[in-house]
Design a protein around this ligand. Structure first.
Ligand SMILES: Cc1ncc(COP(=O)(O)O)c(C=O)c1O
Length: 399
């Protein structure tokens, strides 16, 4: 996969990131967003590796967080507080206090109940909390049900019937500064329709509730843009140009409103692979199992929501045949792929599980007391393991 690199001496499994591709993706996304004056927060939950964050910081993105520790990490890695948004249905008092102390860009509030707590904590801290109201728009993102967030049955966001009450509460409470609306309808959305619906609905709500009159000046449309898991080589960079154009064509909001996004997967998904060694090729009664040294602990997505990742065995050119590729974890759901066609695979082969830049390393588990898999990075012909030996910053370390 990467000509000239000998991975045989490296302990597997590990995550491998292509920083050239990441940089290309980030540059393109930033350029296309800037055509319309849009601002992008990177959803740090997708991947919080410091080297990855460094590239995204240089590209000029803010950060979208869903925990106090993510806010802390964003600040630690040098993202400005005024570019940090913080969503989540269950923020603790300590997390809210921390966000207030650091004066972040916005607390994206998800319920009337949370709004009251934010007001109380802001009052105690003698602060004014900047708040965006996350609205549940009742839109089907047409993605896997576990990553759909904008339906009425989902726990996320303020139900539309309660929006007026929330707006009035903000207006009546001196410790809250209402800045605008927030939406996020789901992840891995591959059709334009849900985004069109979102733009129409957000515009409709903005007008119907006279959000500008309440002081609204920010419309945050969240993330969700999908990537091509089936063929990452042919589709390494998502079509940001079409995405932002679609939004620009379907939003009807006052000119002065600043549009924000929270992109995660689309920025980092394609730049990473999970590299794993084949421990055994086991002949079952009806099928052959390729048993790898990586499992659901390093890549949870297939077990969690039947996600499909392309698997490659670049070291073999033998005839293609079907395998079930499974991990070593003591769970029947520890399966990467069923009946996947691979060249003849043998013990010791290295497999590359593609599109693992997002929601792979950041979702990793210590279940079964597994060791944490390390991350390595490459840039053209250089290979390195952390920020201090990143080639651009200091002397490269070759393995
Ligand atoms: C509130 C919020 N914003 C943004 C994102 C990023 O979504 P994606 O990685 O699909 O762009 C998520 C992810 O689920 C989220 O929960």
């Amino acid at each position: 996969m990467i000509p000239g690199f000998d991975f045989s001496q490296i302990q597997t499994p590990f995550y491998l990131y292509d920083l050239d591709l990441l940089e290309q993706t980030a540059t393109l996304a930033a350029r296309e967003a800037s055509r319309y004056g849009y601002f992008v927060h990177y959803a740090i939950k997708a991947n919080h590796e410091p080297v990855v964050l460094e590239v995204l910081k240089r590209a000029g993105f803010g950060i979208d967080c869903v925990s106090g520790n993510e806010v802390n990490a964003a600040l630690d890695y040098g993202f400005p507080a005024n570019a940090i948004a913080f969503a989540g249905v269950g923020k603790t008092d300590a997390e809210i206090r921390f966000a207030l102390e650091n004066d972040i860009f916005s607390l994206n509030c998800e319920s009337l109940e949370e709004l009251e707590v934010i007001a109380e904590l802001a009052s105690k801290a003698g602060k004014q909390a900047r708040v965006a109201l996350r609205v549940n728009p009742g839109i089907d993102a047409k993605t896997h049900h576990h990553i759909t967030t904008g339906l009425n049955e989902n726990k996320f966001g303020i139900p539309l019937e309660q929006l007026k009450a929330a707006l009035d509460f903000c207006q009546a409470t001196s410790h809250i500064q209402f800045i605008g609306l927030h939406f996020h309808i789901g992840s891995q959305i591959t059709s334009p329709d849900p985004f069109i619906r979102l733009c129409e609905k957000a515009s409709e709500i903005w007008e119907a509730y006279d959000i500008s009159a309440y002081g609204g000046r920010v419309l945050n449309l969240g993330g969700g843009l999908g990537i091509h898991y089936e063929d990452p080589a042919a589709n390494p960079v998502p079509d940001f140009a079409s995405f932002f154009r679609l939004v620009a064509n379907h939003l009807e909001i006052p000119r002065e409103v600043k549009v924000h996004f929270e992109l995660g997967r689309s920025l980092v998904g394609q730049c990473g692979s999970l590299v794993t060694k084949v421990l055994y090729v086991k002949k079952g009664q009806q099928k052959q199992f390729v048993i790898t040294d990586a499992g659901m602990t390093e890549l949870l997505r297939p077990a969690l929501y039947q996600a499909v990742h392309k698997i490659e065995n670049p070291g073999s050119e033998n005839p293609i045949q079907p395998y079930d590729v499974v991990g070593p974890i003591c769970e029947s759901s520890d399966i990467f792929a069923k009946e996947v066609m691979l060249p003849k695979t043998s013990r010791g082969d290295m497999l590359f599980i593609r599109s693992c830049g997002a929601y792979a390393q950041s979702m990793s588990l210590r279940y079964n007391l597994r060791s944490s898999a390390p991350a390595y990075f490459f840039r053209q012909k250089e290979f390195f393991s952390n920020l201090s030996n990143q080639p651009e910053l200091s002397i490269p370390v070759f393995v």
